[in-house]
Design a binder for this molecule. Sequence first.
Ligand code: FMN
Length: 213
Amino acid sequence: MQLLAINGSPRRHMNTGTLLDQIVKGAASKGADAELVHLVDLAFTGCRSCFACKDPKGKSYGRCATKDDLSPILRKAHEADALVLGSPFYFSMETAFMRACMERLWFQYYLYTAKKPPLSPRKKATALVYTMNIKEGQIAEFGKDVVIKRSKGVMEFLFAPCEVFCCCDTRQVEDYSKYEFDVFDVPAKLQRHKEVFPKEMEQAFALGQRLVQ
Ligand SMILES: Cc1cc2nc3c(=O)[nH]c(=O)nc-3n(C[C@H](O)[C@H](O)[C@H](O)COP(=O)(O)O)c2cc1C
């Protein structure tokens, strides 16, 4: 069993990275070969729309032909039994790192014909992990439900049922006193980080276990 988790946050060990690390640990605790990749470490672009992945006679049919640091990650994602994409919300979207990765991962499999299924390996357990500043009850108010539904929909079209894990009201910085942060109730945020985030880490660990079972 192989699990690949991809971190779309430019920060390796903050909220998203920490939760993904727990997912990897949970998968490993069940004997899986689990790996966490940080997109910030890679030099890569989004989809170049070269259409090599759509040429049925070409050698890249169903596979992204662009060669850069994301290429081996796309190969690993193709082979993995479980795939987790994690991203903070940036202006109510996945980060640019994650969007570029999604374009390449998704478009290579997508076909413009109703006569064939997509070229993706269909039996992959998947999950999307989102972290964000807003509180649980504000997801729809800020339109994030639409983004989550759209990305979940693509994952399910290409792979298999996709679990969504949302972590809200995150501690955005270690030291709030250095910055101007008066739109948030900082003590409440720090309290939540102390009390709720460890529970979310446990839930992420359990998600990692579930994904490889
Ligand atoms: C450029 C930028 C844009 C952001 N936009 C949003 C947003 O639209 N909604 C939100 O809830 N949080 C937003 N945030 C906050 C992050 O989503 C949140 O702090 C997240 O947990 C950070 O993930 P990380 O700790 O893994 O880097 C933004 C942060 C940055 C840096």
